[in-house]
Write a protein that binds this ligand. Structure first.
Ligand code: AMP
Ligand code: ZN
Ligand code: ZN
Length: 413
């Protein structure tokens, strides 16, 4: 009985002491397509400030495929795309015949595609107010799966307005104020696609985004929240140069199967860095063998033999055959070749996520992070358990990320 009473006392003590801790503020910022080395070009004074006063990782490894929605959603769920549901920016549900597409706002809002639990939902369940100034998945239905406050995505929304929006949330009365906020900028991705990663336009985009980090830091200081706010700055993937001189027309390789009277119709999904194709079920092996025997600047796998490191098979919507282009090459079919032909020089991502060019950035600063600490490559799926640790809340049990891979960047470890 005495023992039970002691356990009761200890539980009450631990419970009350963790409640007594002030809740941190955490701002998670994404700069889309910001390649790992962009921060080493000597044009990012505000990121340099974060490096000196916080944690800087050599790079942030995305998941396969190194695309925008699969990776943003992996960051906030701690789950690989095969498990979080967003296997590509565009993909097809062969059972309902619906297509998820990031430009289709109805589908983007449809919660059926999102199989993970985003950090804002975990936080809300734990009584933490959350907000999002843009993030893939932040607009989904039903309401309880979204952040408490959110904005509908608008590509043209001025960046200063986004920063001001975050600051305005932090100026709300304490009981209404969010403690977790996301913020998103797409300038580096836009310029990277259009002009390539080594262009002066990308450097301008880098400077513009870095200036927004500076503006946010300044405004946080103006409202006296610098000392109580953690900031994690990430990107979803990197970027590599492409050219219309480096194209492979996969439909040409399979032209025998593309004849209208042929029984083996092939359904092409995605183009560029990766292509997924679905032949008739009885023809999968045959089509795979043809592609394997005519491999030209790409790798080809079936859903059953794709290397485990890609974590890209455990999902009913992944087609049976997956092709990954060599870095800088583009896979096309007779349809997509038309617009690829106009891309004389530019950039793209979506390739092998272990390739250095596909790596993004990870920097963190604030009361919970070590100061001036440099580490190697971090996996983006480990960020969700890290954020749960910062708020002392329990992560979902079915995630892929691991706290022990990343917690050493926190103070006290
Ligand atoms: P991609 O380069 O094709 O992987 O995707 C990048 C594009 O995704 C950006 O240029 C944005 O226009 C778009 N995007 C980013 N966030 C969102 C969002 N929350 N809702 C809709 N589109 C988005
Ligand atoms: Zn992106
Ligand atoms: Zn992009």
């Amino acid at each position: 009985m005495k023992k039970l009473f002691l356990i009761f006392l200890i539980t009450v003590f631990i419970g009350s002491s963790s409640h007594a801790q002030p809740k941190p503020y955490l701002i998670l910022i994404s700069v889309d397509g910001f390649r790992w080395d962009y921060a080493n070009r000597g044009i990012t004074p505000n990121i340099d400030y974060m490096k000196i006063n916080g944690v800087s990782a050599l790079s942030l490894r995305p998941d396969f495929p190194s695309k925008t929605f699969p990776n943003h959603y992996a960051i906030v769920t701690g789950m690989y795309p095969e498990n979080n549901g967003l296997i590509e920016n565009t993909f097809y549900d062969p059972y309902t015949k619906e297509t998820y597409k990031i430009s289709d706002s109805l589908q983007v809002k449809n919660g059926k595609w999102y199989l993970g639990e985003a950090f804002w939902e975990t936080a809300r369940r734990n009584g933490i107010k959350t907000a999002s100034y843009f993030w893939p998945g932040s607009e989904m239905n039903p309401e309880y799966r979204r952040p408490d406050y959110f904005e509908h995505y608008q590509h043209s929304r001025p960046f200063e307005e986004r920063v001001n929006g975050v600051i305005n949330w932090l100026k709300l009365p304490y009981t209404e104020r969010p403690h977790f906020i996301t913020l998103y900028f797409e300038a580096t991705d836009d310029a990277g696609h259009k002009y390539g990663p080594d262009s002066k336009e990308v450097n301008e985009a880098i400077k513009k985004e870095d200036a927004m980090i500076g503006l946010l830091l300044k405004k946080l200081s103006d409202i006296n929240l610098s000392d109580s706010t953690d900031i994690i700055l990430v990107s979803d993937h990197g970027m590599t140069s492409i050219s219309n001189k480096r194209m492979v027309n996969v439909e040409n390789i399979l032209k025998h199967y593309s004849q209208p009277d042929d029984a083996a119709k092939i359904f092409y999904q995605s183009s560029g860095p990766l292509m997924m194709i679905q032949p008739e079920k009885t023809k999968v092996n045959e089509v795979y063998q043809i592609l394997k025997n005519n491999k030209d600047h790409f790798e080809v796998f079936t859903k059953d033999n794709i290397p485990a490191c890609y974590h890209f098979s455990n999902n009913a919507f992944i087609p049976d055959i997956i092709l990954i282009a060599d870095m800088g090459w583009s896979l096309v079919d007779n349809n997509s070749i038309k617009w690829m032909k106009n891309t004389e020089e530019g950039g793209n991502h979506g390739y092998d996520n272990f390739a250095l060019d596909m790596n993004g950035i990870f920097f963190a600063i604030g009361p919970d992070f070590k100061k001036g600490y440099k580490t190697g490559t971090i996996n983006n799926i480990d960020i969700y358990p890290l954020m749960c640790r910062i708020f002392n809340i329990t992560p979902r049990s079915n995630i892929d990320g691991k706290l022990e891979n990343i917690e050493y960047i926190l103070k006290g470890y």
